[in-house]
Design a binder for this molecule. Structure first.
Ligand code: SF4
Ligand code: MG
Length: 334
């Protein structure tokens, strides 16, 4: 259903983006952090309320549009990218956001997601990854780690999981980022850059589900183990982490993590967000146990968007007066 009918104004404060709906996520759910971060940074974009749309699929995170005092649609399972594509093509004046989860985006809607990304439709896609099906009470998802014991995998999952960032880069998405709910500053920065990007922007957000997969990302907060700290991928900067104690270096066609004291400064990789191969290698630093996981903006590059191209062709067809609907219906050539 439609999530309310907002009036025309230009909200200046986070609270103006809060709807009158009671938020029904479980206490402690990581979704609250993302909702608050989005409501806080949206006013900085200077958009009119009626020009913002949040389209979701099905799942816990897909309740998001209800809680935003913008236009929105809680749509069908896995199909938010398709609905949002239609909107982006028909209404270039809108800022269109997709909110989806690991099951919705990568299982039920896997096909829609990859084609949206390769087409470079002007959409911002927030992929809440809690590595579990939360709404249906705890089955393994396409991002659950191999061997994961859940209600639907009592002897452990046999599936090898997707790495959503690698998948999006494989589809040659023009903007790919990753953030974690426990790092509000980093999350807001990635969201801001995604919002400013023209084309498809995919942001994977590691999101804790305290009910069915609690602590899935705790290893990233473990300050005692420097090698497990998150690296922030900032364009043009040498990639180091753990107070510079560790650095990312090239190893064959991939990347490796080395002690900064054991490598020469020139061996430390400098991030270039337009380099697809580097972005992919960085995404592979995140192994199943999340050691060396990277957050930040992996890729940011520009390519013509699908929606601009589609509108241009409509104009061309109109100008050439080829689209004579009555003639088509009569089954004749124009
Ligand atoms: Fe959040 Fe998990 Fe509850 Fe869903 S089941 S609202 S993901 S805590
Ligand atoms: Mg999930």
């Amino acid at each position: 259903g439609l999530a309310g009918v907002p009036t025309s104004d230009q909200p200046q404060k986070a609270k103006e983006y809060k709807s009158d709906q009671e938020v029904r996520w479980c206490p402690g759910c990581g979704d609250y952090v993302v909702l608050n971060a989005v409501q806080s940074f949206l006013p900085t974009l200077g958009l009119k309320r009626e020009n913002i749309v949040f389209v979701s699929g099905i799942g816990c995170s897909s309740r998001f549009p209800y809680y935003m005092n913008t236009y929105g649609m809680h749509s069908i399972h896995g199909r938010a990218p398709a609905i949002a594509t239609g909107l982006a093509v028909a209404r270039p004046d809108l800022s269109v956001w997709v909110v989806t989860g690991d099951g919705d985006a990568l299982s039920i809607g896997g096909n829609h997601l990859i084609h949206t990304l390769r087409r470079n439709v002007n959409l911002k896609i927030l992929l809440f990854n809690n590595r579990i099906y939360g709404l249906t009470k705890g089955q393994y998802s396409p991002t659950s780690e191999a061997g994961k014991v859940t209600k639907s995998t009592p002897l452990g999952s046999l599936d090898h999981p997707f790495n959503p960032v690698s998948l999006a880069l494989g589809a040659e998405a023009t903007f790919v980022g990753r953030a974690i709910d426990s790092d509000r500053v980093g999350l807001t920065e990635v969201l801001r850059q995604a919002a400013e990007h023209r084309g498809s922007a995919l942001v994977e957000i590691y999101q804790n589900c305290p009910i069915f997969n609690d602590g899935a990302f705790d290893v990233l907060k473990d300050a005692d183990e420097a090698s497990r700290r998150i690296i922030d991928v900032v364009d043009g900067q040498p990639i180091t982490f753990g107070n510079g104690e560790f650095a990312v270096v090239r190893e064959g066609f991939g990347l490796a993590v080395a002690k900064t004291s054991e490598v020469a400064p020139e061996e430390v990789v400098v991030h270039d967000a337009s380099d697809l191969n580097l972005a992919f290698a960085l995404s592979r630093l995140s192994t199943q146990d999340l050691r060396h996981t990277v957050t930040g903006v992996f890729r940011k590059t520009s390519r013509p968007t699908y929606d601009d191209g589609a509108r241009e062709q409509v104009e061309q067809a109109k100008a050439a007066q080829k689209a004579d609907l009555a003639a088509l219906l009569r089954g004749k050539d124009t």
